[in-house]
Design a protein around this ligand. Structure first.
Ligand SMILES: Cc1ncc(COP(=O)(O)O)c(C=O)c1O
Length: 367
């Protein structure tokens, strides 16, 4: 918070313009460099949020490329997407794949086709690649690193294995819930002991999308990649070039958080320890918990409304959990952090069991 206040005092509340005109400040350079260090990927560009970053990436990668020397392509792009990917990915891919905007503005662009594969299923990805990729196609595989509604982790090594037979595919990962949470803070790649540079060297091109709205207590997003031309291309993407840059206070807050994550790799271990404790307590209390991370989805018994459950938990016990009844199977979505104590977690589970009992009349036994 201190750095955010200082940024407002020095630079005001807004940059009053987009990054390629008057809206670029030194803090943007510093944040991009810090994200590149965290991700071990040399080039990073900031966007206002994940939706803009994804839209900017797909729009420029699939369509703008024809206008930029050294990044020209006349080939079709095939986008392979996990069925449970976040909406920002689906929406960006839909727009890029024959959306009327692209058709009108980028009339010379080659086609973009999208193909879903089954959730976290590398065999399904391999099958879809065999079936849908033609000679000369450009390939992008895109996946959440930690799935926002399932709380599970993408099987990165097996996804990479499925991509190996192909010519220079791009692997785009959405690290909204894995940055600062897995792999000593670095996310999905260090979690599996894979270096992005090694992947790049073998001809599979990693592109990483980070957001600052989760681990960094701020807002904004970034795309990190190995190709300088790809970063230059992203500069021209409309969601970057055509809107305000991240304001000073928000940038400063994100920068401080990334620096803290870089300084404290042990925080990730503490966070996942808390997540494991919460998962164990919930399971012991008979809750149906899925996933494997700090995102802890709880499926309720049939007929038990998440909204009613969450409302009662808040009003009678003072605990807020997110009810989900739209865009995913109904559930409660709990997100544990590093600062929650075991006492907090125990009290939450006891309150959840009491709520379930009062709503269902079932006999509960929580230690
Ligand atoms: C996997 C995933 N990607 C992207 C986002 C959106 O991030 P932002 O807040 O930067 O738009 C979210 C947040 O809900 C998310 O869960």
């Amino acid at each position: 918070m201190k750095s955010a206040i200082e940024a407002i005092q020095q630079l005001g509340t807004s940059n009053s313009g987009c990054g390629i005109l008057n809206g670029r400040i030194a803090l943007h350079d510093q944040l991009e460099q810090a994200v590149s260090r965290l991700k071990q990927v040399p080039h990073t560009l900031l966007f206002l949020n994940a939706w803009m970053a994804m839209k900017g990436f797909f729009e420029s990668f699939c369509h703008l490329a024809v206008h930029i020397p050294s990044f020209e392509h006349q080939r079709e792009t095939v986008v392979l997407m996990d069925l449970e990917n976040h909406g920002c990915i689906t929406s960006a891919v839909m727009d890029a794949s024959g959306g009327h905007i692209s058709g009108q503005i980028f009339s010379r662009s080659p086609q973009v086709r999208y193909v879903p594969y089954r959730h976290n299923d590398p065999a399904s990805l391999a099958k879809q690649l065999r079936k849908h990729v033609g000679p000369g196609d450009r390939i992008i595989v895109v996946s959440d690193a930690v799935f926002s509604m399932e709380g599970d982790i993408m099987p990165l090594p097996q996804i990479i294995e499925a991509m190996r037979p192909y010519n220079h595919p791009v692997l785009l990962v959405d690290e909204a819930h894995s940055s600062g949470a897995l792999g000593n803070g670095g996310g999905i790649f260090p979690h599996f002991g894979i270096t992005p540079a090694a992947l790049e060297a073998e001809g599979i091109h990693p592109v990483i999308m980070s957001t600052f709205s989760k681990f960094a207590g701020s807002a904004g997003a970034a795309i990190s990649c190995f190709s300088r031309s790809m970063r230059d291309l992203l500069l021209a993407a409309r969601p970057h070039a055509g809107t305000i840059s991240i304001p000073p206070a928000t940038t400063a807050a994100a920068l401080t958080s990334v620096q803290l994550v870089l300084q404290h790799p042990e925080w990730t271990t503490e966070l996942q320890k808390n997540a494991g404790y919460m998962r164990r307590r919930l399971k012991r209390a008979g809750f149906d918990v899925c996933g494997a991370t700090q995102v802890v989805p709880v499926l309720l018994p049939d007929g038990c409304s998440p909204k009613t459950f969450a409302r009662q938990l808040l009003h009678q016990h003072g605990f807020w959990v997110s009810p989900v009844w739209y865009a995913a199977k109904p559930r409660l979505r709990l997100v544990v952090n590093r600062l929650h104590s075991q006492k907090d977690i125990k009290e939450l589970v006891t309150a959840m069991a009491a709520t379930r009992k009062s709503l269902s009349g079932a006999v509960e036994a929580v230690e």
